[in-house]
Design a protein around this ligand. Sequence first.
Ligand code: K1U
Ligand code: ZN
Length: 169
Amino acid sequence: MPLLTILQYPDPRLHTVARPVSAFDDRLRRLAADMLETMYDSGGIGLAATQVDVHERLIVMDISEERNQPLVVVNPEIIWTSEARKINEEGCLSVPGVYDRVERFESVHVRVWDLEGNARTLEAQDVMAICIQHEMDHLLGKVFVEYLSLLKRDRIKKKMRKAQREDAH
Ligand code: K1U
Ligand code: ZN
């Protein structure tokens, strides 16, 4: 199965709003499998379809230590959020080497579909809650650095552009 290319910030395609998945077919299952392989290969705990330039509401995650509990989430919709919020350190496979603090809901309940088109409610806390909120932002075209100050974001953009120029040579 092929590894997919992960778009790197500040690629404008990362700001595309994803459309809902409408067909629960073999193409979707192949895409999810390729995204999982790409996520594992990159050492991430999540990956949104937006990051591989596919603009559909599809996310893969694995927050297990053993890296053997893949989770595929289709058409996620938040249906409940805790009042409590928490600041956590986040990273992003589209912004390698950058980690910063972001405030998120401590817990969320998310209506999700699986690859067969079955719906269920995911009750997410701790790392799962952070990760799913981060990935759902990607589906809305939002990268975590947009929670940071303009000054920090500009510095990150410059650093990323420089690294991309150097990689191209
Ligand atoms: O969306 C992504 O780019 C994946 C991202 C998910 C994420 C990590 C940490 C906080 C919020 C969201 C990553 O996996 S980045 C890699 C990373 O920071 C990490 C990798 C392994 C364990 C813990 C963090
Ligand atoms: Zn990310």
